[in-house]
Design a protein around this ligand. Sequence first.
Ligand code: N01
Length: 526
Amino acid sequence: MGSMGEPQYCDVLLVGAGFASFTLLNRLRKLGLDHWNCYPGARVDSDTPIYQLFDKELWEDFTFKERYAGWPELRRYFKHVEKKWNIEDHTEYNKHVDGAIFDEKKHMWTVECSDGTEINCRWFIPCIGFAARRYQPPIQGLSEFKGDVYHTAVWPQHGVNLKGKRVAQIGTGASGIQCAQEIGPIAKSLTLYQRTPNFCLPMNQRPLDPKEEEQKKKNGDYEKAMNDTRKTFSGFTYEFADKNTFDDSPEEREKFYNHLLNELGGFHFWLGGYKDYLFDDAANMEAYKFWRKTVLKRIKDPEKQKLLAPEVPPHPWGTKRPSLEQRIYEVLGQDNVEIIDVNEYPIERVEANGLVTKKGLVEVDVLVLATGFDSVTGSLGQLNIRATDGTTIADHWKDRLQTSMGIAIPGFPNMFFLYGPQAPTAFSNGPSCTQFQAEFVEEAFKRIRADGITRFEATKEAEDDWTKRMHEKWDASLFPKAKSWYSGANVPGKRVEPLNWAGGMPDYCAALYGSLDHDYQGWHTD
Ligand code: N01
């Protein structure tokens, strides 16, 4: 495998080594199709037991040790999956896909890899996640900096010792909060350059008792949790409450908020609250006020209070992804931690010894860039995947983002993509989204094969219809009021538009299966 010369062949080529590709690999292999994977994968967060592949064969002899697994344990978990499912037999690692083109005559993709090899396949399925293209803002003078610079997306595998170091960090998203939480307690100083405060929620982390988990497995709790994710908006086990904010009295509201935020923790306050709060400004402000009141109790410095939990929020609560935290407000309150608001004090330049704003030079040894990704569209858009007319996916999205049901694109036959644009992706628990999309692909393959179809391509009408629905769902919500990576607003010059399906998982799955059930409506079949 992988030698130069004649193209190699497989029925299905999966790109990526994460939840999406592993679950598809296992499913399609059972259909007798032949394939292999290419590196690398993605990572996300949710609680046990729904942050894993929904397969009994895998979870019956693997138990996570913590409610929210850390990356070393996730790595251990993926080793378990690799072993159990013999992933290695069908995978080529350290293989980078550059592009692909569909041959109309042969009904076959030719996939081009950066090592010069080519692979022919009938089906091409990129499973490369929504964060395969990192974003680093242009910072004047960065090359002059004498210290070390690390982007969170490509953190050295061997780790970095930041004990006693003077650290500057740009960015306070999910990566930034987790980093700051770890760096603040050990660094000599941490200077955090913040553009938007992250409205963090308590993780309520706890170790899991192996005996208790075994009992849960015996009781069917794991299966139930995984099945419950099919019925909820975001593929978690809980749903928005069936009531509006002002249906409750102020006392009832206070009690409900407290239950969600403090007793349950995790994303309950975000994805299990009143059903109107992401659609109605007044309802949203009630949630924000409660969140702010709770958090202010943990921040003593009035300046930091203003920066971390301002009276007027920069965006409606929950329209940017909140992070789960364990002690972030205590860490950010430490004397060795300074927060600089880059809206008021933009970073003017980096010098050999540190970062300069109107406040002066802050001398540091290390600069951490927790500045995120060209999210959702950047992953697929960066690959040279050509349609039957020679245009690339980036060309196809030149005027607007458009796909059919967030899983296929007209002009790109025999290609599905998972966990990408216009699917529930960033609004969902990752393993749920990839599981349901993989189940759909498996079902589509079964029917396509049974019906003797060799060419399967989304129609333009299906794409137009889905893109219209995408905008309707988005526009009805408060999400457009936030500048966030959910809409591409984090990358200067990137068009702002909905990137993720905001209509919930059940409607998404209904659309997918509906297209098969209605005589392949929305698909050209040959
Ligand atoms: O990226 P982000 P991330 N000057 O885009 C700031 C998943 N994930 O890597 O908010 C100053 O959220 C930017 O500011 P603003 C998860 O889905 C999960 O943290 O745009 N600041 C923001 O604060 C997550 O949501 C986990 O105003 C600048 C930060 O950089 C997604 O991946 C861990 C700037 C970027 O945050 C992305 O998370 C990691 C500039 N010029 C990731 N440019 C888990 O929880 C950008 N920023 C396991």
